[in-house]
Write a protein that binds this ligand. Structure first.
Ligand code: 5GP
Length: 180
């Protein structure tokens, strides 16, 4: 285990198993349809890559980047679109792929943005969910894991751009971000 990690919350095997289950559920629900998967950068990139391969209906993919916390561990509530998607949304079945929903502020904003572009449908798939900290309600259609209120890294998630390449999800030692 990495020296900055306090404990492993989801092992590599547990992540793979859950992603396979999500892929099966999504493939069943979208039978006969095509999905435009929208990855919210950067934290969801690994989840998106694994999930796309676990889905058996036709998919296209696109990427959207929003402002993140930077080197802080709480949401400012201010959401900025840094990269908009390239594909037209109108008339398509959109699946938003998120790494984690915390306050819900980021996703609420994105969800409304996408809805205003007249898609055929919009659903949300998140790998992790921290419902305790929710400030804005968003409809979560697919949820990988509900986790306690701790700051986690790995499997795409960072702290100050580090730890994204850990193959598991772990709780970061608070001493790393300056709390005892
Ligand atoms: P929200 O707007 O829901 O508060 O924040 C969502 C975004 O905050 C996520 O997409 C993620 O980038 C970041 N975030 C929230 N909680 C965590 C966490 O525990 N670890 C990491 N690495 N990022 C988090």
């Amino acid at each position: 285990m990495h020296q900055d990690i306090e404990s492993v919350l989801m092992s590599e095997a547990a992540l793979q198993k859950r992603v396979a289950e999500l892929g099966e559920a999504i493939s069943r629900d979208y039978a006969g349809k095509e999905i435009l998967m929208v990855c919210v950068l950067r934290g969801a990139f690994i989840f998106m890559a694994d999930l796309a391969r676990a889905i058996t209906v036709p998919v296209s993919i696109d990427f959207m980047a929003v402002s993140s916390y930077g080197a802080s561990t709480t949401s400012s509530g201010v959401v900025r679109i840094i990269k908009d998607f390239d594909e037209a949304v109108e008339g398509k079945h959109i699946l938003i792929v998120e790494d984690i929903i915390d306050s819900g502020l980021t996703l609420k904003y994105l969800y409304n943005q996408i809805l205003s572009r007249k898609p055929a449908s919009v659903r949300i798939c998140t790998l992790l969910n921290k419902p305790e900290r929710r400030k804005a309600e968003v409809p979560v259609d697919y949820n990988g894991f509900t986790i306690p209120d701790a700051f986690v890294v790995g499997y795409g998630l960072d702290y100050a751009e580090k730890y994204r390449n850990l193959p598991y999800i772990g709780i970061l030692k608070p001493s790393v971000y300056g709390e005892k």
